[in-house]
Design a protein around this ligand. Structure first.
Ligand SMILES: [Ca+2]
Ligand SMILES: [Ca+2]
Length: 102
């Protein structure tokens, strides 16, 4: 993912455009994408429907964890800088590059 794509994703997730992604914005926007996919699957396979609620609970929990991981200064919201820093950390944490931050 390029920095431009990340910026674009960030501004789409920041629904009130205050420059920060709150926990609620992060979870509800990501869940929207997930639920869209899920309903397509559910139409294709009715048996899946019984598991949707469990899936949603699991998904929410993992999004909460992801959010906390991204929120470096733990102020309950994500700045573009935090998102970019996190992603660049993932990129630089390649086993081929030995960086002290990893
Ligand atoms: Ca916001
Ligand atoms: Ca933060």
């Amino acid at each position: 993912m390029t920095e431009a794509q990340l910026r674009d994703m960030f501004s789409r997730t920041d629904t009130d455009n205050d420059g920060f992604i709150t926990r609620e914005e992060f979870i509800s926007e990501t869940m929207k994408l997930f639920e869209g996919d899920l309903s397509k699957v559910a139409i294709a396979n009715k048996e899946i429907i019984t598991n949707i609620e469990t899936e949603i609970i699991i998904m929410r929990k993992s999004l909460e964890d992801t959010f906390s991981e991204l929120d470096l200064n733990a102020d309950g919201k994500l700045s573009l800088d935090e998102v970019l820093r996190r992603v660049s950390k993932v990129v630089t944490c390649s086993p081929l590059i030995n960086t002290p931050r990893c």
